[in-house]
Design a protein. Sequence first.
Length: 522
Amino acid sequence: MPEMQSFVFGHLLLSLAEAALISWALLLWKISRSLAMIVLLILLISLGYDNFILAIGNRLGEGSLLLFLSKIRFLAHILVIPFFFVIGIELANRAGAGWVIPLTRGLAWGVAFGLGILEYFNEFLNLSLVPIEFAGLLRYTADSSSVPIVTIVSNLFLLGISIGFWIRLEGKWPWLFFGTLVALIVNTIPIDKIGTLPGSSSEFILVLSLLLTERYLQYEAPDLGLDEGEKFRFRPLQFNWVAIHPRPKGVIYFIGGAGFGSFPTLFYRYILRRLFQEGYTIVALPFRFTFNHWSVAVQMVQDQEQFLAAIHQEATSLNYSENLDIYISTEPDQLRSGNYFWLGHSLGCKYIALLEILSDSEKTRIDRAISACIKDKRQVEKLGRDLEKVDLEKLSLCNQPSILMAPIITGVEGAIPIRALAHLVKKFVDVNPNETDTKCMIRSSKLFHYTGMVGFREDKEQAKAETINFLLEALPKEPFPPIYEQLNGGHLAPLNLLERNNELAEQLIQLLFQLHRRVGAK
């Protein structure tokens, strides 16, 4: 009798505690507007109901009413538990995890709904409940027990998230890990051995640790590089992606490498987000695979005036009003005041270099460099015809600093990851301009005065191409030599595939400041 009373009282106490937590979770959600908090609210309601039905089972007794209420209890459990995947992803996003992108967040919802539907058809529709007593507590349970695979897998997923969270905060917040670990251990023990109370208690501990983690993120956590509210959002604009800052102090044009650079808002999101938070509007230019690199370089800025006007119009529609003249000035000096920057990674840096070559104020020098370096006369003639159609002054990157991350200046092999295939293709066709021609024109250029470079110690691709060594030797040293910094990591360090690159983000912010000062000191 005392054991029965302890189980009944325990479940009743848990249901009351979970009901009390609902109001706290609602308050936290109003502050954060995090999707994880919506799911936690639903989870709390489900767990509270679960414990309440278990607590009153003896009062109701065997019969259709308790059977019906128990079916709802099982259904709620089946549908809600998979959403731990959503909670984990959203908490990782709140912690600034670079791998959490719109795609992964969407996949989490898809997995949760998919598992819920799968469990409904595989488990619930075939569910047969029978009354059972354990420690004097009456409840309905499945007549055939099975390992709660979805519950265990979702707990394992949360455990992985909690470990990353703990490491990210340098050991300052271990409670999510311990709460998840307790739930995982208890859920692996058969319920017919220990009853329902330990499992329900472990779920309560897990939910409490999730709520405490959310509160910690809101009030006590250090700056994790989180989104600035909902303002950091890329909008499609004239075949580019633009994140418009409400108070812009500058504009950064970004182009990534082959492959990953075709989806810059996904694979470079963390770096771009950090720069956005520094006060820059971000223009992400998708990488285009083509053999004519000249055409891509020219198109990147060919309609810059109309593009900036479109950004201005979009900013106005968002009710932004501060410093909008940074977009609409038609005076070249406005664009050359050190407020516009170019950021490239890998092969994308070549396009920026080609634009720099075309930025010479004297067209005759451009013509001489092209004629002297490019041996393919058809390429020279075609480029000449293309340049006659554009205003070279508006193409110019004069006084617009550029930062090159792990720059690669190669031929067609730079865009084809399979080496054997790249060499085969190169026997028949190469890009325009090729590696030799591009390096020749860079040597001939008198520009590249405001250039920063970031290399990575474990970068095997860069070691093969030796582009950084070439640029450090070939670029002009007056009035300013290029700024070069070397960081840890490999060629793909700027991507947020595995972890956020705090060191790189801070280095880029510092380089932007240094290059801006150089322009002001000219």
